[in-house]
Design a protein around this ligand. Sequence first.
Ligand SMILES: NC(=O)C1=CN([C@@H]2O[C@H](COP(=O)(O)OP(=O)(O)OC[C@H]3O[C@@H](n4cnc5c(N)ncnc54)[C@H](OP(=O)(O)O)[C@@H]3O)[C@@H](O)[C@H]2O)C=CC1
Ligand SMILES: O=C/C=C/c1ccc(O)c(O)c1
Ligand SMILES: [Zn+2]
Ligand SMILES: [Zn+2]
Length: 355
Amino acid sequence: MGSAAFEKSVTGWAAQDASGVLSPYSYQLRETGPEDVVIRVLYCGICHTDIHQTKNHLGMSNYPMVPGHEVVGEVVELGSSVSKHQMGDKVGVGIIVGCCRSCGPCKTNIEQYCNKRIWTYNDVYTDGKPTQGGFASTMIVDQKFVVKIPEGLAPEQAAPLLCAGVTVYSPLAHFGLKVSGLRGGILGLGGVGHMGVKIAKAMGHHVTVISSSDKKKAEAMDHLGADNYLISSDEAQMGTAADSLDYIIDTIPVAHPLEPYLSLLKVDGKLILMGVINQPLQFITPMLMLGRKTITGTFIGSMDETQEMLEFCAEKGLTSTIEIVKMDYVNKAMERLEQNDVRYRFVVDVAGSNL
Ligand SMILES: NC(=O)C1=CN([C@@H]2O[C@H](COP(=O)(O)OP(=O)(O)OC[C@H]3O[C@@H](n4cnc5c(N)ncnc54)[C@H](OP(=O)(O)O)[C@@H]3O)[C@@H](O)[C@H]2O)C=CC1
Ligand SMILES: O=C/C=C/c1ccc(O)c(O)c1
Ligand SMILES: [Zn+2]
Ligand SMILES: [Zn+2]
């Protein structure tokens, strides 16, 4: 299968080593299979995971690596068996593009928990070729892993929803936390965190941002709609808020103590870890036992949840707060993201970047 004559040559921006510096890189996409959708990439968000991966924070990176997993594009070609999408549709792709389809998670439509999941980039596809992400002119993706962008959501606005949005929507839905009136905490106000505030507010929650500084306070309260703002190093503020939260979505991307945050939870409260941290985190067991509290973690959301979240955002009029950049700014953008200097997500205008 797969004649080179049908392969498509594309240009993306790839990291060549753990410096994480991206530069133009040409490669071949597979021949369009019956289930495949060919997507002209319009916009792609920059997630902190792209830094973890390009800089080999997890020790599992392969190069050249074209990152990008908050992809919005336009369908420009359809495989012969594709029924889910049509030419010209605005569509989205997140961080997985394959799964085994036969294990327990796959059969129950939580394919993100399939042990044979195929990552959008830094992985190998079923044809043996490396997968490459959305910082590229074109992607070819199996229709199962392509969602429809609803009418009314602008493509650049939708891009961060494909990872940041569903990453907060999924645990709230799964753990029965979509009900209004809950008191939620968002720890770390970055790309994932800012969508956490917006989505939790749209669900009718009272939302407390817990941040490392006061720099984002005015924006969090006035622009994002948070109800309360705590500075994590301020012991008096943290003490006042003890035992007040039903859940905390923890998006901090580096090792950090858990006990100050466990203290903020009510009885039965949940600390939901999102950050990708390859070091052990510590807590003493009475911090959980004496309040029947839970520490858990989730990974993005299913394809069904991703589509549901997009519909939810369209219905509620939710947008992401973004800074749009061209591809020739991507290295600066990733540097600024790592320095916590973005409000709140960079989105690369891929189609407008003359790759
Ligand atoms: N579980 C999953 O499925 C997913 C996991 N992730 C992971 O979630 C994490 C967050 O991603 P993302 O939102 O894109 O990242 P961002 O860099 O956009 O946001 C992280 C936020 O954490 C806070 N922070 C950053 N550095 C520190 C530090 N040294 N100490 C304390 N707080 C810090 C900052 O908020 P503030 O200024 O308010 O303190 C910052 O804005 C990453 O590890 C990413 O890989 C991302 C998507 C999906
Ligand atoms: O940005 C989305 C990816 C999240 C992620 C979660 C866990 C893990 O080990 C990763 O490599 C990425
Ligand atoms: Zn991500
Ligand atoms: Zn599976």
